[in-house]
Design a protein around this ligand. Structure first.
Ligand code: ZN
Length: 130
């Protein structure tokens, strides 16, 4: 899918954010290796620890439908925030070798990078299988 389409979906997903505490609106749209698209928004919780980021919501939706390889992930916030460390670790579990991550902001500025640039030397399932 074109990046611009993922951006549109990520922005739409951010509008569903449940974030009464931080007020942050985060949206994620991702594509899996078979071309299926999943979206997610941040979902906060009064316990704080129960909060889940938009990226993980989208990834868990994909994995729950047996889509295990992520090929493209678009993350949208007004400010252009990058994925947190925990989301990067979750991404590394399901990252295609060429996973592309795009970080977009309100003005349309985008940073596009390979996942390996976003999280070099990540701990992956390969470490446990060798
Ligand atoms: Zn996160």
């Amino acid at each position: 899918m074109e990046t611009s389409q993922l951006r549109t979906l990520a922005i739409a997903a951010s509008k569903n954010a449940y974030s009464p505490y931080s007020k942050a609106l985060v949206g994620c749209a991702l594509e899996t290796s078979d071309g299926t698209i999943y979206t997610g928004c941040n979902i906060e919780n009064a316990s704080y620890g129960g909060t889940v980021c938009a990226e993980r919501v989208a990834i868990f939706k994909a994995v729950s439908e047996n889509k295990m390889k992520l090929t493209k992930v678009y993350v949208y916030t007004k400010e252009g925030w990058p994925p947190c460390g925990l989301c990067r670790q979750i991404m590394s579990e399901f990252a295609d070798n060429d996973l592309e991550v795009i970080i977009g902001n309100e003005t349309g500025t985008e940073k596009t990078m390979k996942f390996t640039e976003l999280m070099p030397l990540s701990f992956t399932p390969d470490h446990l299988h060798k």
